[in-house]
Design a protein around this ligand. Structure first.
Ligand code: AMP
Length: 193
């Protein structure tokens, strides 16, 4: 199975679709947000550093994030393919990911971009705040995360386009979780045939 980078704004469904893709194709899943929340729960040094950024909706510095990612990647079982969820979020992270994979004889595989209207994203995040109690799903932090997304992360979509691996899925064309998943599965089945 090829590696997958799942890409989109906060609330676009990266985690939800990753879980389904993992179930169907049996690959590994690296969610950098989950890794950081795990460190915070454990009370580790890294968790203490990460907390300050997450609470403000800001990104953890690239260098730190890149070293965490490489460590977690090397812990995954070989040969199954990895879905990267929440990483990369900056061009520096993307360049580092490409290099880190090349050093191991691997490549980025395919990038799946989820495009969802902002009013739907906001409603989903507010709903997630109630259902899951994520500390950074409050209105002020959500606003900051959108700003960070537009400024630092969205320009990356074009970078993936230049790499020739960007594949965009529009919620407006597939307006339900099931329809989005069908479109993504169709694409991945062909990619891996
Ligand atoms: P997520 O669960 O992917 O929405 O991530 C939650 C928070 O973790 C983000 O708002 C950032 O503060 C931090 N984070 C997760 N992934 C990254 C990353 N690749 N680079 C920098 N910060 C990250």
């Amino acid at each position: 199975m090829k590696n997958i980078i799942i890409f989109g704004a906060p609330g676009s469904g990266k985690g939800t679709y990753s879980d389904e893709i993992v179930k169907r194709y049996g690959m590994s899943h690296i969610s950098t947000g989950d890794v950081l929340r795990g460190e915070i729960k454990e009370g580790s040094e890294l968790g203490k550093i990460a907390q300050g950024y997450i609470d403000k909706g800001q990104l953890i510095p690239d260098e730190l994030m890149i070293s965490i990612l490489a460590k977690v990647y090397d812990e995954q079982p070989a040969g199954k393919g990895v879905i990267f969820d929440g990483f990369p979020r900056t061009i520096a992270q993307a360049e580092a990911l490409k290099q880190m994979l090349a050093e191991r004889g691997h490549d980025m595989g395919v990038m799946i971009e989820l495009v969802v209207d902002e009013d739907i994203l906001l409603a989903r995040l507010l709903n997630r705040a109630i259902e899951q109690g994520r500390a950074d799903d409050n209105e002020a932090t959500i606003k900051a995360r959108f700003e960070v997304y537009h400024k630092q992360t969205a320009p990356l979509a074009e970078w993936f386009g230049q790499q020739g691996i960007r594949h965009t899925f529009l919620w407006s064309e597939n307006p339900s979780k099931e329809a989005m998943l069908e479109a993504i599965y169709d694409f991945l089945d062909k990619e891996n045939a």
